[in-house]
Design a protein. Sequence first.
Lengths: 493, 494
Amino acid sequence: MEIIQSAAPLYAVLVSLLAVVLIGVSGRNPNLRESWTIIAALIKFSIVVSMLPKILDGTIIEYTAFSVMPGLDIAFRVDPLAMFFALTASLLWIVTAFYCIGYMRAGKEKNQTRFYMCFAVALSAAMGIAFSANLFTLFVFYEVLSLCTYPLVVHKQTPEAIKGARTYLFYLLGSSIAFQLAAIILTYHYAGTLEFVAGGILAGTASNGVITLIFILFIAGIAKAGIMPLHIWLPAAMVAPTPVSALLHAVAVVKAGVFTVVKVVLFVFGVDLLKEIGLGMALAYVASFTIIVASIMAMRQDNLKARLAYSTVSQLSYIVVAVALLSASGITASLIHIMIHAYGKITLFFVAGAIYIAAHKTKVSELDGIGRQMPFTMIAFTIGAFSMIGVPPFAGFISKWYMALGAIEANMYPIIGVIILSSILNACYFMPIVYAAFFKPVPLGESAKMHEAPAHMVVPLCFTAFGVLVLFFASPFLLNLARMVVTSVTGGS
Amino acid sequence: MIAHFPILVIVVLLVAAAIVPLVGRINRTASWLTACAGCLASFLMAVSILSTVLDSGRISYWLGNWAPPFGIEYAYDPLNAFVLVLVSFVAFMVAVYARDSLEKELDPHRITPFYAVYMLFVAGLMGMVATADLFNLYVFLEITSIAGYVLIAVGRKRESLMASFTYLVMGTIAATFVLLGIGYLYMVTGTLNMADLARLLPDLYHSKVVLTAFAFFTVGLTIKIALFPLHNWLPNAYAFAPSVTSTIMAATATKVGAYALIRVMFTVFQPEFEITVVHVTQVLLFLATIAILAGSILAVAQTDIKKMLAYSSIGQIGYIVLGVALMNHLGMIGSIMHILNHALMKGGLFLVVGAIVYRHGFTHIQDFVGLGRKMPFTMAAFTIGALSMIGVPLTVGFVSKWYLALASLDAGMWYFVPVLLISSLITAVYFWRVIDNIYFKKTEKEEPATGIQEAPIGMLVPTFVLALLCIVFGIFASFPISVAEQAATLLLMR
């Protein structure tokens, strides 16, 4: 394995911070302001893609930005695992940038400059999390992500928005300070380092009891992963404008959470240590509970965004369960689901926003016949929903397939039951929407004429829906990347 | 000339204090300039002293060339050179800031005397830091205390007088206790020089007189630093004093008190004394924990920003004492770093409050709605200070909490880690309430768009310098940590 030094990951983080300044000074000229967002998104994506060939060759890119104090560095490392998150977030930012323009302008939202600035900071933080080389760097960007998304959630500044945003910040910041920081302090105390090392840094440094405590603190401290009962912030965050829910609360923020879980499981504790103590199994069952219960709660939501939020909670736990299986196929499933779920869920959120803008509807019960008014939008919704359920040829099938394989490899057969049950529940809360949209008559007093949202919104959502199909057929690429991670963390066994 | 910096660093302030009223006859600007020049000169000399200490070790300066222990000695090691730089720097920043703020908050005829007393106050603090002679420490303690009563009482509010009087009573008790402590030590050893005392005391550790002296020192100094439950002079003193006074007192006075406590505990007495003879660390750890939690909780209950910051200071003093009382290397580094951090953060925050008072005249948190739009730069400084108080990484607040947490684990007292984290959370709660008001709450009635009403540049620059230093030392913490490390080694390794 070759290691090269390059500042490319630092640039990938900084490009959107630079954009923040440019967006800030061109607040009076909306077209110029939005073009900065798009330019930054394109540059960021090309930097990430430019690193891809080297990573596929098995090279690791490292860069130490500076040392804060002895033992704590801000340092970056790009490996195949980082690529899953970085590629997803940076490509979807471009798409969301266009969608935002349509949504924010059609909705005549206020404070748009602040909105775009915070959005750009959030993407910097997401890149920082993806490329972090140690726990400290990851924690820094994790906190930045919590703080900079607060203004996005509170955007409308109504009392409900403030209430929702406070819940959001209370859970994310509170759990990260109370539990995650405690876990990091303990890790540093026992391991003497915070570096991410394939195979873990904690093995043999402390008693099993202490390691179990650190593990529990980590899992409780990463509330962004939405494991129950620390999932409440996610439905609360739905007061945000829909592009925020789409990119941040289906992709950047929540994926940062599960990415952190994956990173901690594989690079702080290590597969062997967790297997030995049996913590992987414990985590798998806790997260399985979340999968089932969140799906049931999703069925009871009439608000479309709330239903999607609970669906996200459930899907995030797939990723956690899969990695907690600690088997080769399980880890693979976990990694590819980070990307696959992102495309599916962002499509669904885009649809929810498009319906709100075009038809001013937010409830599931109001969607009768909407497939006739908004055919493209609802076809995209159907594709996203099928991917969530896991029907071939949609990408969600692949992750569920590997997850089931992983459960067999790990001899944890009950997990297969969880997968099947949750797929049925997924169908129960998505299929009625599809049925109502296409087969129920349009309510009285509404015309069945086609009335789509602005093209700025419909094109991005068709793009991401198409992405769900592409990912199914591009799965060899994903599996190849995932195999590289699995080889490094399990030592090739 | 450079050889005499160790004394000039204080003399220049005293001389400035004498000149200020004279040039004040010309106009108020002249007295302001004199005060600034004095503080700047003192700061530059302090920097020179620190760099000499770091290069070539301890400096010992004999006043009038009388050799210690008979003459008074000024001695500088990394610890007090560091505090000296910090105090003089903050004093300079506040002096620059004072001009506009005082014009608004004081009666015109009181402004020139204010500068003179301010210089005395700072000179007293610097003297406490510099001296290696216990009686001299007491003299400077009294200078700074008496100047402090004046600085508080000069406020326009009626409550200022009462606040000053309470502080006077408590401060006098504290000073008397310290004097009694000094007297007892002199009684049994016949010396006042700290190094000499350190040499003579170990044989007398079990003497009742020495134990009593130590008790007087500890209680006296914990009143000065407002360690819970001896804190109740502080909130009113900060809240009703002019903004300049609140800032300089919050940023430097309690820090110098903490420095004096460290000196007495670790230089005059030795760590073994606290560990094997009096077990005072258990008491201090307990009080520090209560201070940290109670200060934070009481801060949540405040509706006035100055009181909120004052109670938050009481909690922060708890952090400093916690690190000291853990009696290990990491804890001492944490404490010394927190002396620096808290001076920068709290100083910056009080300057922000001063700017709000200057423009709008209110200190009630509920009036802050919409300030983010009216005073964007000042509020940015507030946000930085608030994040640093919470202890978000890449701000100075994180550095000291990190060291304190590691020190607790090192000492095998893991239960202080949750205390630190919980207090961070409570800090987040009370600062976030303010930030919500500043940026996100909507004004109830639609006010006419007034545009930006920023504080004058003379107030904005010092505020921003302190706020930015919170970030600079949060990102590049290695330099202050290396100084703190040297200081901790000197204090603990004997």
